[in-house]
Ligand binder design. Sequence first.
Ligand SMILES: Nc1ncnc2c1ncn2[C@@H]1O[C@H](COP(=O)(O)OP(=O)(O)OP(=O)(O)O)[C@@H](O)[C@H]1O
Length: 580
Amino acid sequence: MNPRKLLWQFLLEHKGSYSLSLLSIIISEFITVQFPNLLGEFTDALQAGKMTNRLLLHYAILLALVGIAYVILYGIGQLWNGALGRQFEYLLRKRLFLHWELLSTTYFRHRSIGDLLNHAMTDVRQVREALSGGLNILTNAVFLLIATLYMTFRTVSVKLTLLSLIPLVFVPLFIVWFGPKVRIASRHVQEGLSDMAELTEESLAAIRLIKATGNEEIEEERFRKRVEEIVRRQMTMFTRSATFQSMIPLMGSIAFAIALLYGGWLALTRQIPLGSFVAFTLYLTMLIQPLQQIGFVINNFQRASASLLRLSILLGEKPEIQSPPEPQALEEVRGEIHVHLPAFQYADADEPTLYEIDFRLPAGRSLGIVGRTGSGKTTLVNLIPRIFDPPSGTVFLDGIDVRQLSLEALREAISYVPQDGFLFSTTIADNIRFGDSEASDEEVHAAARAAAIYEDVMDFPKGFETVIGERGVTLSGGQKQRTAIARALLKRAPVLILDDALSAVDMHTEKSILAELTERRRGQTNIIIAHRLSAVRHADHILVLDEGRVVEQGTHESLLAADGIYAQMYRLQEEEEAVG
Ligand SMILES: Nc1ncnc2c1ncn2[C@@H]1O[C@H](COP(=O)(O)OP(=O)(O)OP(=O)(O)O)[C@@H](O)[C@H]1O
């Protein structure tokens, strides 16, 4: 959903809370403007010689009450609004995360994930700040302004107020016009500094090469230019921020000069009481702040609006791989896989990665896939759960084109374990439970045992409750792979794909995991990609891939008898093991 729509919906849904929080801020402002007025009355009583001890106490208590009421009401408003802003931020983040989850692997191949995350999070924060802080400040400023003007008009003098206000109306205008210039200048300095850091890192990393080729002078020149550029940018920033910072007090001072001149004259000629004059000077200080704030908030809203636009564009990106509008039903999954693929080419590649792949894996059987690095093994298995999309009518699960199935049903039916065994930074138990969120502790432990990770986990300080990544707890490559296998075993999907997921475990462990796997997954479909042939030798069928083609296929025995690439690889690995 469009974030603008989401924002309106959120505001509407929470209109009760928003009205209450804004109302408490508004009331607090009308209370706080009583302060100068009370001081004015106090001055007048003093001047008229009417001050008694009782009256003194009366004013003191009144002023204290005004202060307390203001703090409480303003605090409630701030807190409420702040909480609502956070809620919206959470909603937006969740939306982004769900969206990213849907996007294809290709999408992320073309973008730096760090950059994407950074921008999106800054944008989300910007919107939240506008929504909570911005809205608060704006309400506060507008009503403080109205309340102050009302009080000065009523209790002091309309003419005096309007005259003194002339220089002050320039404050928000100036901030809206000049504020962004200061920000841009400071961003340029930041960019310059990070450019310089990059250059330094690059030069130091290549220091030997620079020395060997006698390029020191060229490098020095490059560095000098960058530094000069930074100094220039810094000077721009200092000039701008100095102008910015001095203009607002200047306008304030002019307003005060007018107030003193005209207000002083009014007081001298007794057209207004002395107390009103005192109150007015206090009101004037109260006016400067909201006017400044209005300027800042306008800038803030402009930035938030740009952020919302960027987020809309980001969230508007359509996932390339989607469920069909009317998916075919898949009830009892048997797990038969059929691939009839003339060719497969990645969107950004010049030529196909796979050619003429044809095989049928009956339900409940196991398939081994071997081949050199880059021969296309991962590409082939990625087409089954549609991590990359195969052409229509080329890959089938239980006789149905995978593109005709809903993504949920398809991915529910398949457990895919990638080579790197990605883990989330949560507990080991939770990581395994991603396979089946309902699983009991016993089931989690049994899956861990089958994946030969149980003993390792028990050696961690908190066993299965150990949080990965916390206090330096890191898992070795093999441990990660085994945890990921435990997760897949727990899922009990009709089809299991291990994509070189045993590469980082030793031969002995591999054997024990494979034995457990055969036992637990009897009657289910298993596809195992491996570099070590020992991992596939017991498979019902083996494909040997080379440069995107199936060059040999059969059982371990038949492939050995054929004495081709497979037999050659097998002999080589046997020799290596004998030596190693
Ligand atoms: N998303 C992609 N876009 C374009 N080309 C890709 C993509 N993924 C892989 N390739 C290319 O496809 C070819 C086959 O890669 P693939 O990962 O399928 O091989 P593999 O046999 O699994 O290799 P390994 O044993 O090293 O895992 C390689 O040349 C690779 O660079």
